[in-house]
Write a protein that binds this ligand. Structure first.
Ligand SMILES: [Zn+2]
Length: 150
């Protein structure tokens, strides 16, 4: 039984991370995304997780929250925590996009996701000086493959 007062064994680091990852809420991706950021030298990072991830920056695509909320949250973290690198990640088979674009092919949905990530990148760079990387994530066999999008 979990006690009413739980004390984590993970050591708390009071410094803010220098990276922000914006990706889908889908929990199957979190551990691998953490590993990707560690490969980039970020041992911890801030996150914004909503279904569809970077797609929410586009008010035409977003459905759960407005694009303004997404912009406000990312600006708050980037400026308040002095973030240097932002990672935008979209994934194959994203339920948000499948629901939003019923009947569209996987290729067409990927195209929309890439367009949405580029839009999110531009919005972030309108008000911030940060490095922005875009990745498309695809399950291959039992692992996730991260494709850097130029
Ligand atoms: Zn998703």
């Amino acid at each position: 039984m979990i006690p009413a007062h739980f004390k984590s064994s993970v050591e708390f680091d009071s410094r803010h991370p220098e990276a922000l990852a914006i990706y889908c809420s889908d929990g199957r991706f979190a551990d691998s995304i953490e590993q990707l950021l560690q490969q980039h030298g970020f041992h911890f990072h801030d996150t914004i997780n909503l279904p569809g991830g970077p797609g929410i920056f586009d008010s035409l695509t977003g459905t759960y929250v407005s694009a303004e909320v997404m912009r406000g949250c990312s600006n708050f973290l980037i400026q308040g925590h002095k973030i240097k690198s932002v990672f935008l990640l979209a994934h194959a088979g994203c339920g948000h996009y499948v629901q939003k674009y019923p009947g569209e092919s996987a290729e067409k949905i990927r195209e929309i996701q890439l367009k949405d990530m580029e839009y999110a990148r531009k919005i972030i760079l309108q008000t911030n000086t940060v490095e922005v990387r875009k990745y498309y994530v695809t399950p291959v066999d039992k692992h996730l493959v991260f494709e850097l999008i130029p």
